[in-house]
Design a binder for this molecule. Structure first.
Ligand code: 0X9
Ligand code: ZN
Length: 308
């Protein structure tokens, strides 16, 4: 199997980031956007395949939840595919001619590291909450820590919970770094994508309430077409719809927050599988999972370019 058909330790991913920027000095830049609770750097790769001025951008983050290993694997896959197939594949060429892409391979490096060393099923980050009553439990769910109906129904204010929302919105350095970067770049970023697993779903706002997004029909049409193409090309089924109505109410998520910031195309992808292996998706299934997600990214990005 190739490098991209395996899972990689955090050290390997940092090495890969370094190597990818060195090997592609004119097209890939690493931007340090902050650091984790345990002081690991948060690097975003900026892919800029041509020098057109005033290009818009796509943001893709992976690894919010530590145990969802297919997610960082997808970010690496996407970068590799973009660099290899620009000028080879018509769709990715069209996308990269019109948009830059920011890729954050691991939003939660401390949690990811912990899943490799200590507890494979860890979800949250690794921050230690203050106060004697709560000091026994570690970690905030970064996808409950953003400022979108923060800590209402579907999140927990109990530090021991797997869906602990943190002490206040953006209390965690990881979510704050991402939010700060997107606030600084909100005029150029038109498409926000966040990659999770598992359950095979393409979700869009809102998850933090039962309200319908103002451009609900556009968003629905985009995920519907993406799911349709995945069914045709890969014979696999993805559910799709607004988060709260498709899975559950879950406030404080990055997609809803990015949407409310003004990034009107915001999606959460839940990659393979539907529960057979769950978070323990075997490496032999990485390529199919990533190709499906890639097709969804392409379908949606092309529609965003068409609409804007
Ligand atoms: O609950 C989540 O954070 C995501 N599912 S997961 O199994 N990967 O944990 C779904 C997130 C959907 N979007 C929002 N809740 N904003
Ligand atoms: Zn997740």
């Amino acid at each position: 199997s190739t490098f991209y058909e395996r899972y990689h330790s955090l050290e390997d991913i940092y090495y890969w980031i370094n190597r990818t920027t060195q090997d592609n000095p004119s097209t890939v830049k690493a931007i340090l956007i902050g650091s984790s609770y345990e002081k690991r750097p948060l690097y975003v790769l900026k892919l800029s395949l041509n020098n057109r001025p005033n290009k818009k951008a796509i943001w893709i983050d992976c690894g919010i939840h530590a145990r969802e290993w297919i997610s960082p694997a997808f970010c690496l896959w996407f970068v590799q595919y973009s660099l290899s197939f620009y000028k080879q594949n018509q769709e990715i060429t069209n996308i990269l001619d019109n948009m830059d892409v920011y890729v954050l391979p691991v939003m939660n490096p401390d949690g990811y590291k912990f899943t490799w060393t200590t507890n494979r099923m860890w979800r949250k980050n690794r921050s230690v909450s203050r106060g004697s009553r709560s000091s026994a439990c570690i970690g905030v769910d970064l996808n409950r820590n953003f400022d979108a109906n923060w800590c209402t129904e579907g999140a927990s204010c109990e530090p021991c919970s797997e869906i602990y929302c943190g002490a206040f919105p953006e209390s965690e350095p990881e979510s704050q770094a991402v939010a700060d970067f997107l606030r600084r770049n909100k005029d150029s970023v038109q498409l926000y994508l966040t990659i999770h697993s598992y359950s095979q779903m393409l979700l869009f706002p809102y998850s933090c309430s039962l309200d319908e997004a103002e451009n609900h029909n556009d968003l629905l049409e985009m995920v519907q077409e993406a799911a349709q193409r995945i069914r045709r090309y890969y014979r696999n089924t993805y559910k799709y719809g607004a988060g709260a109505k498709t899975i559950y109410l879950a406030p404080g998520g990055s997609d809803d927050w990015a949407y409310n910031l003004g990034i009107k195309y915001a999606f959460t992808f839940e990659l393979q599988d539907r529960g057979r292996y769950g978070f323990l998706l075997p490496p032999s299934l990485i390529s199919k999972a990533c190709n499906e997600a890639l097709l969804a990214v392409k379908t949606i990005a092309l529609k965003v370019i068409e609409k804007t």
